[in-house]
Design a protein around this ligand. Sequence first.
Ligand code: FAD
Ligand code: FES
Ligand code: FES
Length: 1353
Amino acid sequence: MSLPGAAGAEELIFYVNGRKIIEKNADPEQMLLSYLRKRLRLTGTKYGCGGGGCGACTVMISTYEPASKKIRHYSANACLLPICSLYGAAVTTVEGVGSTKTRVHPVQERLAKCHGSQCGFCTPGMVMSIYTLLRNHPEPTSEQMIAALAGNLCRCTGYRPILDACKTFCKESVCCQRKANGKCCLDQEDDLFDKEEKVSTRLFSIDEFQPLDPTQELIFPPELMRMAENQSKRTLVFHGERMTWISPVSLDELLDLKAAHPKAPLVVGNTSVGPEMKFRGVFHPIVIAPARIQDLNVVKCTDDGLTLGAACSLSLVKDILTNAISEFPEEKTKVFCAVLQQLRTLGGEQIRNVASLGGNIISRKSTSDLNPILAASNCMLNLASRGRKRQIPLSDIFADGVGNNTIAPEEILVSVHIPHSRKGEYVFAFRQAPRRENALPITNAGMRVLFEEGTDVIKDLSIFYGGAVSTTIYAKQTCWTLIGRHWNEQMLDEACRLVLKEIAFPGSASGEKADYKKTLIVSFFYRFFLEVLQSLKTMDPCHYPGLPMEYRSVLQDFKTKMPQSIQIYQDIEPSQSPQDPVGRPIMHQSGIKHATGEAVYIDDLPSVDGELFLAVVTSSRAHAKIISIDTSEALKGAGVFDIITAHDVPASNEFYYSSDPEIIFARNKVICVGQIVCAVVADSDVHAKQAAAKVKIEYEVLEPVILTIEEAIKHNSFFEPKRKLEQGNVDQAFETVDNIIEGEIHIGGQEHFYMETQSVLAVPKGEDKEMDVYVSTQHPAIIQEMVAASLGVPANRIMCHVKRVGGAFGGKLLKAGLLASVAAVAANKTSRAVRLILSRGDDMLITGGRHPFVGKYKVGFMNDGRIRAVDTKYYINGGCTPDESVLVAEVSLLKMDNAYKIPNLRCWAYVCKTNLPSNTAFRGFGFPQSALVTETWITGIADKTGLSPEKVREINMYKENKETHYKQELDPQNLIRCWNECMEKSAYYSRKTAVNEFNKQNYWKKKGIAIIPMKFPFGLGTRYLSQAAALVHIYTDGSVLLTHGGIEMGQGIHTKMIQVASRELNIPMSCIHFCETSTTTVPNACASVGSAGTDVNGMAVKDACQTLLKRLQPIINKNPKGTWNDWIKEAFEQSVSLSATGYFRGYNENMDWEKGEGQPFTYFLYGAACSEVEINCLTGDHKNLRTDIVMDIGCSINPAVDIGQIEGAFVQGIGLYTMEELKYSPEGALYTRGPDQYKIPAVCDIPEQFSVSLLSASQNPYAIYASKGIGEAGLFLGCSVFFALRDAVTSVRNERGLKKTFALNSPLTAEQIRAGCADDFTEMVIGKWGKGLFKYLCVEVHTAFGTLEWWGS
Ligand SMILES: Cc1cc2nc3c(=O)[nH]c(=O)nc-3n(C[C@H](O)[C@H](O)[C@H](O)COP(=O)(O)OP(=O)(O)OC[C@H]3O[C@@H](n4cnc5c(N)ncnc54)[C@H](O)[C@@H]3O)c2cc1C
Ligand code: FES
Ligand code: FES
């Protein structure tokens, strides 16, 4: 069959933001995201991952259904939406929702004013998810709201402020937050507030918000309605450069097409085919889009169930099942309930809105959440091919395991029949994923049992599992064997043994997560057993005993609820001038622009004439000699302009900041997988990437390949210098102690996962070798330096510009410099502008992250809990180049004491040189790791002495003016205040009692609680690193242009700087503008790192403003009643300079590593956090119930911004310590290269109750307006969740009489928690408790720090 429409090009008609689009050359390979951004120049919709996993690209799609005359609005990920699928649809992007030029929509306004944006990169996606929900439900429930955001990630805010904005639209108010007396409904104690303290809990004012008026929304284009109603449907065909898209309208036509092109996939939601094409190199010359065919969209209610068309979206299926459940008697809806249970957490809404039922089934992915339950429930598939229709049970397609060819290539799935359940039939579905929502399952299951009437004798049984092998699997033998058995414990025991025998895992038994998956397989069956027992009891209470009380809670899955939150800060003095913004919760200066999508990031900059796009080619070997680079095929690629290698670097290809170099392009050898070898420049990013894939590099592997810390130790592979600190007499102290414990903890690395990937635009200016470099970096001066050095030109030819950065967290320093150099070298060679935007996968692969850590400790202490001696060694995996790893090691030593006075201490830090991508700075800079080691041995002391961990903490906490282990004095008064206040605010002791009570009453669910103190030293170790400068211009109209050396990356620095300037100049903030940070205005600026931005730049801004004010003072004195504008006009006329620089020399900090003493820090921040969690012992799942944080941050310049930093960092800490797992292949290739494999916290992970209080009456003489730098400190407090989880696991182990001492590594994932909760099921998988448990817990997980042994005995 020839392709229909092969001769003529079809016009693709759709609408975007009310504007008609007629695309004459629609390319089926083009996704809506790139079309919006590149073609229509609508750059509000962002690229965050390209794979449907982050929600940054969310748009609203509206379609009209002529039969029902209904308009459907739904959110979708533009990155996976082929434009060809949009025929007749209306697209609304963030620009169509509202703008500063027209009207800012209430969603945009409230997100901004509730402080829901920091870097702003996720904000347009958030706006679109909320907006779409409101289009369908103008007064949504909080449940709907929370569900709408499950598919949107934010790396900055910790979600709380975003949810605050959401709550203002919800029907029910979840938390009063703003009672007139300053109290909130969360306040449990009447005396929460000291009557004397003037505190506030208002970070925004609802009164300022415009009401939501649904009548103001963009209407569905009438033309599209007419098109849908009048035009008879015809086949649509679009031909692209390489691919043809055919969208037939009748089933017959579809079957003909499928017969002619059996290999062509049917594309509906493109959520399976799309990622395969993008990330796995699969290519289809023809795709068939069947979504418009009626037969594939049927929804039919039959006598025995529901028949749903294969093209029905999963959201539609969810709605239909929800309705059916309310309409049919309970007995008939058990299958529906079980399917619905899986649908609730399957993907995010954006995915469910487009993904089809048929697509999920037919892709037969092992991770399908639907197949196990649909197969277990006897669902039937209605299949068709030319001239043939047939019905088969879904279970048939899994009958012989992988490679089953029950469905012929030319066959299509028309519809699926989901049956009613029958009397005596029980159906349940289970899943466990790395994150509760929007994460593919690790293992799932669908189970169904039918009893002989009126008995508990099994008549029929089906058990299907997903996630275990490469497709859904049927435990057929087990099911058959158990028929005729009673539903009792003997059956349970046999079932577990049978199923473990039957489900064979491929490869080695200790393969990745294999033991965990096996444990889940039996644990799920046990849960099924309990569910059915309970159902039998409900059905016939006299015959069946049901469950003991303490078992019942495990039948409730954790649900995401709208969190309640409260933020408490000190109010400004009533005497403060109303115009003075310092101390007030001012909205982020770019907040509204973030929310309207007008905020410009690097890839939003308009293209420059002749601009080229760059794609990097990276090493696939960890350590190898480059034998040859064959670029011939790549050069032939469409649109390719040139290929850039190390030979094209005019000057330095290597930068020596320490002994080993940082390298732009690998020259002769590669030292990690992911090292940049060369780059392709082409006329589009697509062409550049296609050609990059064609570059062939031949390697000769070099030995040794060192990946892990253990291997580095073995090969004595370290970066120098190694560092040591010592005080007291450690060896002697060990002689006199009552107890000694020794142990080690492994802490995994962490990916920055800033939402904006690394981005550069290098524009040669055509004369004097000048070049503008627009780059997403925290350190423009280093970019300028590296680019200039690589090009061999003086720094004064390189102008580096940074308007804002979409998140950085330490990851955009040296790495950004190397990438900028790559782009600059290409721009220099080609004399064209070059744009380099790393894909998420490349970014994660290339740029490294937080250092994996192994901490080994020996601790001596007395029976009363007093620590006398500590000897620790830290090994950090630096990766293949030094970057800042030695500095990270130093900081980890300086901050390892956390809040404790350790009289005799010796600690060492070694930076391992390995063949992993080079690790770099990351929020907290070594402190989150070394202090976790400390808190681990603190809990070890508690275990040994029988004291509670909080007692051990209290006993050893700094209590009076003391010296640290490097002889710097500190006054711990505020540490103790934070601790006491946190104890009180969290009602720690009464809640601990409640936790114990809960644990006594619940066997399979346990709670845990922990409180952690924190001392966070502030400083950069040396004066020159904290110098800063500012430049302030006043124009004759009175407006002020402010600039300084700090970078806006979400932390609100520009907002705070404008607050400072406003106070100093005594003018409203609205008169002051910040344009960009640039090396042309402020030279040699230090990096925006180490929480120091506001401190140091604030001083410089203040200095500049004071200089100006001094100049203006005589004029003001002469005319005190005059206005600002009068004075400026007068000053200009008197030839008074209206431009001034400001300067801050930096803090007098120093550290002598030879002597091991110094004053490396200027002051200390303090804090404490108490967290409570609940775990499910059967799965390892957990829920964060409550967190109370108290922080001493001096006098906050902007409490909204500062609390946002604390919360955002805390949630990032939850990620570090409990979720985020980097995985590498044994050859050193990173597996986790996107949000689908690497899970950062989502909305479902934040505590259900979340309170942050800023310590009142705290002063800081060293920083501007007595504030303290707060960017990093909160991250460490995330470990309170880690220790609360440990507490819960401890209570399980105590109850089960397991040996007391145990260690848990970080991240403490569900897998580790499950392993810690040893029981009969783990015994079945690995043998007897104790010895067996140890074996079980030694599952090998290949991680950045090597073969991780998690041990629990
Ligand atoms: C970010 C993300 C998160 C996800 N999370 C989950 C999750 O938690 N749980 C889960 O189960 N799944 C999850 N998925 C997978 C998703 O549910 C499936 O990809 C989706 O259901 C497939 O439907 P589709 O319409 O998008 O398929 P498409 O990509 O359009 O097509 C998929 C395949 O099915 C075939 N096909 C489609 N319809 C028919 C038909 N009628 N007859 C014959 N063949 C057909 C096609 O030929 C193609 O090979 C996730 C996907 C993404 C991208
Ligand atoms: S960019 Fe589309 S979901 Fe991440
Ligand atoms: S504000 Fe959400 S990612 Fe930065």
